[in-house]
Ligand binder design. Structure first.
Ligand SMILES: [Ca+2]
Ligand SMILES: [Ca+2]
Length: 100
């Protein structure tokens, strides 16, 4: 079994692997299957991520900040798969840094 760090590095450095991982993650976060993440779906995604670091779930204000930051591809207040990939890559990078 590769370590968590090795597994993450392998995904980040391989575009095809990253897309496959992102697709899987997006489907599990997009609970209603709408193809877009609404604020509540994004919030539970971020809460799960924070829990990995024993951090509290984000506030609604924080979720709105994330949306404002990410909602650039198609500005609709929702997170598309393209926009989600940017978030996922950032999350993986942060995780890697924490594992250093
Ligand atoms: Ca959705
Ligand atoms: Ca959007």
């Amino acid at each position: 079994m590769p370590s968590k760090k090795e597994a993450l590095l392998a995904v980040i450095s391989d575009e095809a692997k990253f897309i496959a991982t992102a697709e899987k993650a997006f489907k599990s976060v997009d609970v209603d299957g709408s193809g877009k993440l609404d604020p509540s779906e994004l919030k539970s995604c971020l809460a799960t991520f924070n829990a990995d670091f024993d951090a509290p779930p984000p506030s609604d204000e924080r979720v709105q900040e994330y949306i404002a930051l990410l909602d650039t591809d198609e500005v609709d207040g929702l997170i598309s798969f393209e926009e989600f990939q940017i978030l996922l890559k950032a999350m993986m990078t942060v995780t890697l840094e924490m594992l250093e």
